[in-house]
Design a protein around this ligand. Sequence first.
Ligand code: NAD
Length: 264
Amino acid sequence: MVRIAIAGAAGRMGRNLVQACEDNPDTILTQAVEHKESPFIGNDAGLVAGIQQLSVAITDVPDAEKFDVLIDFTHPTVTTDYVDYCVTHGKKMVIGTTGCDEALEQKMQKAGESIAIMYAHNMSIGVNLCLNLLHTAAKTLGDSVDIEIIEAHHRHKVDAPSGTAVKMGRVIADALGRNLSDCAVYGREGQTGARDRKTIGFETIRGGDIVGEHTVLFAADGERIEITHKASSRMTFANGAIHASVWVNQKNPGLYGMSDVLSL
Ligand code: NAD
């Protein structure tokens, strides 16, 4: 049985993770962590998640003796501290937080020299399958199409474009031998001029309770291909993260992705 600590346990994803951890026969929730001013400190993590009492009180400090894998779905400024914590205590990690900058990603890479970390912008099997399809589509269509990535999320999301959209852009840019930071165009307004075929466009929609939708458009003259993924429940990400925790618990130090977990 893999002992799980969840950082951000009272958040939107945290509550789903508590449930997914309880549903999985190979995992047990032993730690639920929130920031020190959270009104949920001291409350039972199961009740906060809307399931049964689990007798795991939400705390503001993790206890390394009590868990094997820490799952972080918080905020990049928080994730960086949990990476330090897990390296210091030799604990494995699953990181789902998005909006992490290059410095934090480099820190994860370095941490992977001493602990096993699984880091993915999107833990859903469907999205990771889409990444494979996008690679194939980009390789096949090459520079003959205009490529646009359109994503939609709920009104509370704090980063844009979504980590998944950026990952999709990276996969496509790699397949085409382009550097995403050189060819990405984020939104358009005013006299933009004609479209440069070598660019990859990103459009962001924020509203209501949309869980997460991504469409990649490959538009040619006379036809277009659209590859779309729509998430209708956060449980798809939570189940993926719990599955990844069981997987990473058996791994040697390294920085892994969801494609490693799913052998894609
Ligand atoms: P949220 O704001 O609902 O939850 C974040 C939680 O972290 C909050 O409860 C907050 O109190 C808590 N927190 C803040 N500081 C903390 C600390 N020091 N220690 C412990 N907890 C702390 O946000 P959310 O919608 O649950 O999303 C969280 C992150 O997960 C975002 O970056 C989001 O983009 C990402 N996400 C990733 C995936 C994926 O599959 N990888 C899927 C959905 C969301």
